[in-house]
Design a protein around this ligand. Structure first.
Ligand SMILES: Cc1cc2nc3c(=O)[nH]c(=O)nc-3n(C[C@H](O)[C@H](O)[C@H](O)COP(=O)(O)O)c2cc1C
Length: 296
């Protein structure tokens, strides 16, 4: 994959794997290709009011609200703990509410040796731009990409929101602005209503829908973006099995992230890594590197 060498393509997704050490108590996380740590912002964030989770058929809604200790504490406290249990490069997932915040955080994370790649989550509201998410406008997505690229030498992957009219156009705008890769997809906007209270289940009313139910949406979006850009794609959305990893790669992903599945079963990513050789054998695949975009 452009900018980061992985010995396997399985990467737990941001927000579902903490800073790694929580899962290292359960198994040796060095079997993973890498992992993307919890979305980090300039300032510490307490997150949204509870309840923040709603169950759905084959998926879940979350409105965690980017709870994190802020970039300074991530660097001084979380990264050293992570380093003790993970000896590969990690993916830093960065969020911001203005271009300046993205720049500030990426400039700081650029100096961290253990970070091999920066994944820039643009599904955040732009507080100086009327509150619309950076990820829903080609101009805003390109502006963040350019700004971040100018302050880091690390590979920058832009993580796209699926809540747009045409995700292909946003991906192209990021590529033209200098992105080294695309990460996709983030959660789809969703809501559940409690029939007893007759009110939305999550306090924030709506949240991000993810899990197996969104897998076909993600495959289709990855497939279309692969045809439009020349930079690598990290594919995600509903991946829960080794077969899903292979399918996502055939659509166009160079590596694959696993999100909600880690919350259903903390061993999900481990089981996917361990199950890959058998799945490859079953489908006559000798080398996963050769199958990216194979469905085109
Ligand atoms: C509880 C939870 C927290 C998340 N937090 C983040 C985050 O901080 N940054 C981010 O870019 N994506 C975040 N995501 C999105 C996931 O990384 C992933 O893009 C999405 O859930 C789709 O994958 P999945 O269907 O496998 O869950 C979060 C998802 C969940 C379920």
């Amino acid at each position: 994959m452009s900018g980061l060498k992985l010995d396997n393509p399985v990467i737990p997704a941001s927000g579902t794997f903490g800073f790694g050490y929580e899962f290292a108590q359960l198994y040796d996380i060095n079997i993973l290709g890498s992992f993307s740590f919890k979305g980090t912002t300039k300032e510490p964030r307490f997150g949204n009011p509870t309840p923040r989770i709603a169950e759905c058929t084959s998926g879940m809604i979350n409105s965690v609200g980017l709870q994190n200790p802020g970039i300074d504490k991530v660097i001084s406290e979380e990264l050293p703990k992570m380093k003790k249990c993970f000896n590969k490069k990690v993916i830093a997932n960065i969020s911001g509410f203005s271009v300046d915040e993205y720049v500030y955080t990426c400039e700081k994370i650029d100096k961290e040796e253990q970070v091999g790649l920066i994944e820039v989550n643009i599904s955040c509201p732009n507080v100086h731009g009327g509150g619309m998410s950076f990820g829903t406008s080609c101009e805003a997505a390109a502006e963040v990409t350019k700004a971040v690229k100018s302050v880091t030498a690390k590979p920058v992957y832009i993580k796209l929101s699926p809540n747009v009219t045409d995700i292909v156009k946003i991906a192209e705008a990021c590529e033209n602005a200098g992105a080294d890769g695309i990460s996709m997809i983030n959660t789809l906007m969703g809501m559940r209503i409690d029939l007893k209270t007759k009110k939305p289940v999550v306090a924030n009313k709506s949240g991000g829908f993810s899990g197996p139910a969104i897998f076909p949406v993600a495959v289709s979006m990855v497939y279309r973006v692969y045809e439009a850009v020349d930079i690598p794609i990290i594919g995600m959305g509903g991946v829960a099995s080794p077969e899903n990893v292979i399918e996502m790669m055939l659509a166009g992903a160079s590596a694959v992230e696993v999100g909600a599945a880690n919350l259903i079963d903390p061993f999900a990513s481990k089981k996917i890594v361990e199950g890959l050789p058998d799945a490859m054998k079953k489908y006559g695949i000798n080398n996963l590197k050769d199958i990216t975009g194979g469905a085109h």
